[in-house]
Design a protein around this ligand. Structure first.
Ligand code: NOJ
Length: 717
């Protein structure tokens, strides 16, 4: 921060009343109405009185500037507000949900979609986004797995960096930059049994090794705001967790940004049972380091009492105010409160953004099964039946966090397929609703299927079944969709199933019967066009699962990076680790995803064979496209430490590389491994590097049988 800014901040703090100081920490929603952004009058009172420091759920430059004008011109000290919003997978142009985008295994794509979302949100007066969401998540019952990058820490770290770069660009004061808020610190994804807001049961080492690293990666990439999770860690709610928020993240990591509480989370410290009243809750949160109170009014109502009680001091309050004002200075708001040069988007740019959304969408769909090569459909049959409750449903394509997206601007599957195959006779029947008991539409859908040469069956979840509070104990097909699928499959016609969902669905039966299954997740603005690209073969699917796909709900949590057991699975030995009724392994492993061509990875070379602390290994493999069409292959790099002072995971992702090859073409990819990649968190919670042999695996997925393997030796001392 410049000396000038620092001086101005101290002057302001010196001039502020206690109410005004607390006001800077108060963030309120503008309750954006469905009909458009509205500004309920009751926020004007606190705003004019200097009792409001920031707002969210308010966008549109006319509106943000109008409100900013009140802050700047009608309050005693004229301190500008900042405006935040949940821009999770696009703003006006809607991109695939994060879990889908993660499937692209492509930092450049993650960065690009964030850049576009930043330009669109900055164009509407926003200065901050409540993104990226960085909760490693291994439980498909949890609705928020859809907002995450899935089960892997390393992949989430890479997504964190790319998103921060994309949203912010190089300069936070730039008119097309929006600041990021990495959330939710941390281990929210570990909620027991996948039920939102429930307790977590996480070892300290897992907390440090699995859940925290993406936040560190975001901070190192320049993320200036963090949002603590609603949940607790060993009985201490994160909103009151001084050890993590203050001692570790601020103290040891050197984070110098702000903490924004989650919605009403400070007040909820009372319900958590760690605060007796709102003043107690406010004191705990402030002491822990929370600077901004989102929607609890706990600081407004509780801090004056806490000051009186002596549970917080004026110095505590000043420290938080100083951080909030420094944040505003960092965004350049004192110089340019109205973001005068906010981007004004042209029709050409909007079209370009939609094209990027289409590209992101086709790169995010995972081809899970393709029995007998039903796909691609290069010669469209004469009669195609497009069936199911998600077929003609543009609004559902928005996914769980729709930003400023509009349902009517999404391309439905039906529309996209009609454009893809204009010569075919495409007929549509809904069959059943997404979630009702009504079977009456099934006969008509069955009849249509019977009269067609090909069926595209569009089934899955409603968007509200994912995201916050969108948990499902049984993540399968809701309502009577299974009955519809059964009826259609009984016709014996070739069936391509499109799964619209925010999580892996336990529908093993569908994979046994359908010709092909493509998980489309929620693809956003260009859903139908992108699906047309993939089904027709205009795009060869390249995405991979960022999360293991369970055989059955009973396996959850099932993830690849597990610790070895002393009694590994052996089919014919009873006392080994297994279920009597279902397999241990997921139906599809992490990294699974089919292509229309066949790639072969061979000739693994790693060197040097012996490594010292601070050194690096270079890993090369050859990749051949042995099929008939061009395609993009993703090569994953895993490591394993087979003997260490602590039991280490059977595989850990440490690298990825992509290569595009024409039919019959060969090439090679290079990956790198540093000794940091081989270290782990010891029992003292410090990183450890231990001498010994390390196994290196390279290949398409976390299925060990499909991986090439070699070893290197590390001399750590
Ligand atoms: C609650 C969610 O947990 C959080 O992710 C979001 O940013 C806030 N609500 C604001 O909408």
């Amino acid at each position: 921060m410049s000396q000038h800014s620092a001086k101005r901040i101290e002057q302001l703090i010196g001039a502020m009343t206690v109410e005004e100081k607390i006001g800077q920490l108060n963030m309120l929603t503008a309750n954006l109405a469905v009909t458009g952004p509205v500004m309920p009058g009751d926020y004007m009172g606190p705003l004019k009185a200097g009792k409001l420091g920031s707002m969210f759920n308010l966008y549109g430059v006319d509106l943000t500037r109008q409100v900013q004008r009140v802050a700047v011109e009608e309050t005693r000290l004229g301190i500008p507000l900042f405006f935040g919003y949940d821009v999770i997978h696009g703003h006006r142009t809607v991109f695939p949900i994060p879990l889908a985008e993660a499937a692209a295994f492509d930092p450049a794509l993650w960065e690009r979609s964030a850049r576009i979302a930043a330009i669109e949100s900055a164009a509407e007066g926003l200065m901050l986004v409540f993104a990226p969401m960085l909760d490693v998540s291994r439980d498909p019952r949890w609705g928020r797995i859809s907002e995450s990058a899935g089960e892997d820490t390393w992949l989430t770290e890479r997504l964190a960096e790319a998103k921060v770069r994309g949203f912010q660009g190089p300069d936070l004061t730039a008119p097309d930059s929006v600041a990021t808020t990495a959330k939710h610190l941390a281990a929210y994804g570990a909620v027991l049994a996948g039920r939102d807001y429930a307790q977590t049961e996480v070892s300290e080492r897992a907390f440090h090794e699995t859940y925290l690293p993406p936040f560190k990666a975001a901070i190192e990439a320049g993320c200036p705001a963090l949002m603590p999770a609603f949940t607790d860690l060993e009985g201490v709610p994160m909103t009151a967790n001084r050890a993590v928020l203050h001692d570790l993240v601020r103290g040891e990591w050197g984070f110098d940004g702000i903490y924004i509480s989650d919605y009403n989370a400070i007040a909820e410290l009372v319900a958590h049972g760690v605060a007796a009243d709102i003043a107690d809750a406010a004191a705990l949160a402030l002491k822990a380091g929370i600077d901004v109170d989102m929607m609890a009014s706990a600081y407004t109502n509780g801090l004056p009492i806490a000051l009186e009680r002596g549970t917080v001091t004026m110095a505590d309050l000043d420290a938080a105010v100083r951080r909030v004002l420094a944040f505003k200075a960092r965004l350049g708001l004192f110089e340019d409160p109205y973001r005068e040069k906010a981007p004004q988007l042209t029709a050409g740019q909007r079209a370009e953004f939609r094209e990027a959304a289409r590209d992101a969408a086709r790169r995010s769909m995972v081809l899970l099964s393709n029995r007998g090569g039903v796909l691609p459909i290069t010669q469209a049959p004469r009669r195609i039946a497009v069936l199911g409750p998600l077929a003609d449903n543009a609004t559902e394509m928005l996914g769980p966090w729709s930003g400023a997206g509009r349902g009517e601007e999404m391309v439905s599957f039906l529309d996209g397929l009609r454009k893809t195959w204009p010569q075919s006779e495409i007929k549509y029947a809904r069959g059943v609703d997404i979630d009702s008991e009504d079977l009456s539409g099934i006969p008509a859908a069955f009849e249509l299927a019977r009269q067609s040469d090909l069926v595209i069956l569009c089934v899955g979840e409603a968007r509200q079944m994912s995201g916050e509070a969108g948990c499902r104990a049984r993540p399968g097909l809701p309502g009577k969709q299974a009955a519809l699928a059964d009826a259609v499959l009984d016709t014996g016609k070739p069936v391509v199933a499109l799964l619209t969902c925010g999580r892996p669905l336990a529908v093993s039966w569908l994979f046994e019967r359908a010709g092909a299954v493509l998980v489309t997740w929620y693809l956003g603005s260009e859903a139908g066009n992108a699906v047309g690209d993939v089904l027709s073969g205009r795009w060869n699917p390249s995405a991979r699962l960022p999360v293991s796909w369970p055989v059955d709900v009973g396996q959850i949590p099932v993830f690849y990076s597990r610790l070895p057991t002393g009694r590994p699975f052996a089919a014919n030995i009873r006392y080994t680790s297994k279920y009597l009724d279902i397999p241990n392994e997921p139906l599809f492993p992490f990294g699974h995803g089919l292509s229309y061509t066949r790639f072969k990875v061979s000739n693994l070379r790693a060197g040097p064979a012996e490594l010292r602390r601070g050194g690096a290994v270079t890993i090369d493999v050859d990749v051949a496209n042995d099929g008939k069409v061009a395609g993009e292959e993703t090569v994953l790099l895993f490591v394993r430490d087979p003997v260490a002072t602590l039991s280490r995971p059977v595989l850990e992702l440490k690298g990825m590389a992509k290569i595009t090859l024409g039919p019959g073409e060969r090439g090679s990819v290079r990956l790198k491994l540093t000794t940091d990649d081989l270290s782990f968190i010891g029992t003292d919670l410090e990183p450890r590097l231990e001498s010994g042999t390390f196994e290196i695996f390279v290949g398409p997925s976390a299925k060990k049988e499909d991986l090439l393997q070699t070893t290197i030796r590390l001399l750590a001392s």
